[in-house]
Design a protein around this ligand. Structure first.
Ligand code: SAH
Length: 507
């Protein structure tokens, strides 16, 4: 994680830009290293001449140390540890580093050049990756009123796959003429505010710190309420951790925790509502039409039937360690978590947004359930050695989201490389689409679907995959079966024929 601060000498100023070194108390001609509790901070100057001087603060985060260094009372919820951006993104840890490495400058003191500490300097600050829940406009909203010119550019999830959209990371460039101490205090307070996550924690004097470092600018800030609320959410982590621990003791549902947690997570996941379950015509005509995807008096919805069918199939193959590949918002993970037959459940998805919502939902489960569930970000079209050796993998409503030319890569990664004992695949039966009112012929059930297959097409694909990778396959309908067009969802259950999985599959 990197932060650069550049200073250009104002015209006709009687001092060189390298005096930035006096202000930061760091000599421009040296590289300095500072041990931190979570890793190492380096300060160096990529450029240092009379007209322009840039100081860089680089943090090397050691995730192991971050976890090991935690005392028992640290509010770290077990499920908050997996999607871990700490080594790469500028968040609370950068604030910690600013206050320890540039503490004197942050407090506006400079014994050697006191007048410089009081002078507004032409500054430029660059942060290549800032986690920013809510979008780049929040960067503008918090920094612009303080006199910064803001350029905030969202970073794509993967530049090679623009269709995956943007991540919630933003490249930030701030330019303005400000006192260095003010600039640093803005970053100190606002970076954790933008991040808004509750991964880690600074110390108990949060309110004091907010008031001290917000002095002179926070009270007049148009977004001061939002900033304060977000800044202090990390205090809730304390309460949350305490309640979570209590809940753990008696296996209670920690539902009450969510009442305290009115923060950006809620905003983010609400904004991101509209999961697939709502978007597709989930109703089984003549049986259930529960918009919420849950049960009404006419019976369970297709979404529920599908989860139950997959659950049953996993039990039938005797799986206890399972992968939910393309887990989305944790629909299946929540179905499986209460079943003690499963000792380890791993959800994998490419979408950070889905994973965040999944994590939030999983946090509501009792600890004895959530303990066995982990989430990982990953693309299923790439092999991943850590996915090897599981009893079963599920691809529930996932394959139809993959571009047909990339499907072979997914087949290889799942059946060839990860090679679980069983694979359960569900996908829409396109023949059934005629039974959905309002779904025009030739239109897919979901805008993100790349294809939808008839029963024959699915059987042909599954047969070829089974043959290639040494599995047997059987098919099962999900949802009521229409005599003419079959069931709405089709399911294939693959079971591995041999254990010495020599990979016959195409790469
Ligand atoms: N299995 C879940 C979600 C289905 S939606 C359920 O049934 O509720 C399809 C999911 O697959 C999405 O969450 C999407 O992000 C994920 N996905 C699509 N392509 C992927 C890929 N190449 N790698 C990993 N996940 C992928």
């Amino acid at each position: 994680m990197l932060l650069t601060i550049s200073c250009t000498r104002p015209e006709a100023a009687g001092w060189p830009a390298t005096d930035l070194g006096f202000l930061l108390h760091k000599n421009p001609s040296r590289i300095q290293t500072f041990e931190q509790s979570y890793g190492v901070a380096h300060v160096f100057y990529p450029e240092a001449d009379a007209d322009r001087c840039t100081a860089a603060l680089m943090l090397e985060i050691d995730p192991v140390r971050l976890v090991r260094g935690k005392s028992k009372g640290t509010p770290e919820f077990s499920l908050a540890q997996y999607v871990n951006d700490r080594p790469y993104a500028a968040s609370s840890l950068l604030s910690v580093a600013l206050s320890t490495v540039f503490g004197t400058a942050l407090h506006g003191r400079c014994a050697q050049r006191p007048e410089l500490a009081e002078t507004a300097l032409p500054l430029r600050i660059e942060l290549p990756a800032v986690p920013c829940k809510g979008g780049p406009e929040y960067v503008e909203r918090v920094f612009a009123p303080l006199g910064w010119t803001v350029v905030a550019t969202p970073l794509p999830l993967d530049p090679a796959f623009p269709e995956w959209g943007d991540s919630h990371y933003v490249r930030v460039e701030l330019t303005g003429t400000l006192r260095l101490a003010d600039a640093l205090s803005h970053l100190y307070v606002l970076l954790p505010v933008l991040d808004g996550s509750k991964h880690y924690w600074l110390d108990t004097n949060e309110i004091d710190k907010l008031l001290r470092f917000g002095e002179g600018w926070l009270t007049g800030h148009p977004e001061r309420e939002w900033i304060t609320r977000r800044y202090l959410t990390r205090r809730h982590t304390l309460v949350r951790a305490a309640l979570a621990r209590l809940a753990e003791l008696d296996d209670a549902e920690p539902e009450e925790l969510d009442a305290i947690e009115e923060d950006a997570d809620a905003e983010a996941s609400d904004a991101a509502a509209g999961s697939e379950a709502e978007a597709v015509p989930e109703a089984v005509p003549g049986t259930a039409d529960a918009v919420s995807g849950e049960v009404d008096e006419r019976g369970p919805s297709l979404a529920v039937l599908r989860r139950q069918a997959v659950h049953r199939a996993l039990l039938e193959v005797g799986a206890s360690r399972v992968l939910d590949l393309g887990c989305g918002q944790a629909a299946l993970l929540r179905e499986l978590a209460p079943d003690r037959a499963f000792t380890e459940i791993v959800g994998v998805d490419v979408s950070m947004r889905e994973l965040h919502i999944a994590a939030r939902r999983l946090r509501r489960l009792p600890e004895w359930q959530s303990r066995r569930v982990t989430l990982r970000q990953g693309a299923l079209t790439y092999t991943d050695a850590s996915l090897k050796g599981y009893d079963a993998a599920v691809l529930m409503e996932v394959i139809e989201h993959v571009d047909l030319p990339r499907l072979k890569a997914l087949e290889h990664a799942v059946f060839g490389a990860a090679a679980p004992g069983a694979v359960v695949v569900t996908t829409p039966n396109s023949e059934y689409n005629v039974r959905y009112d309002g779904l025009d012929a030739g239109v897919f059930r979901h805008t993100d679907h790349r294809f939808e297959w008839s029963r024959a097409e699915f059987a042909e694909w599954a047969g070829r995959v089974a043959e290639t990778y040494g599995y047997a396959v059987r098919f099962e309908p999900v949802g009521p079966e229409d005599p003419e067009v079959g069931p709405s969802t089709q399911m294939a259950v693959f079971t591995q024929q041999r254990n010495d999985s020599d990979e016959k599959g195409a790469a």
